[in-house]
Unconditional design. Structure first.
Length: 85
């Protein structure tokens, strides 16, 4: 997946999204349930919340998602290590 970096927003992209709606592409998959998305037109970033709804991707949510991803990766490494032993 591509790195989540801010994309320059254009007034034309914002106009398209305001009339037609956002075209979200997944930028980061945290686990099977939670992902981060970015609109390909205007650059608006959103994520899934604990209720399964989409909300704006704030710096606090980015930090939470990063910690959750790290925790899941460690858990998966431990599980695969214990299966081998």
């Amino acid at each position: 997946m591509e790195k989540a970096t801010p994309k320059a927003t254009s007034p034309f992209g914002k106009l398209i999204c305001a009339t037609v709606g956002h075209n979200f592409k997944e930028t980061n998959r945290i686990n099977d349930v939670i992902s981060e998305y970015r609109c390909s037109c205007c650059g608006h970033e959103v994520t899934d919340n604990v209720n399964g709804l989409i909300e704006a991707l704030t710096p606090k949510m980015k930090e939470i998602n990063a910690c959750l991803s790290e925790f899941i990766q460690k858990k998966m490494r431990r599980a695969s290590y214990s299966e081998v032993s």
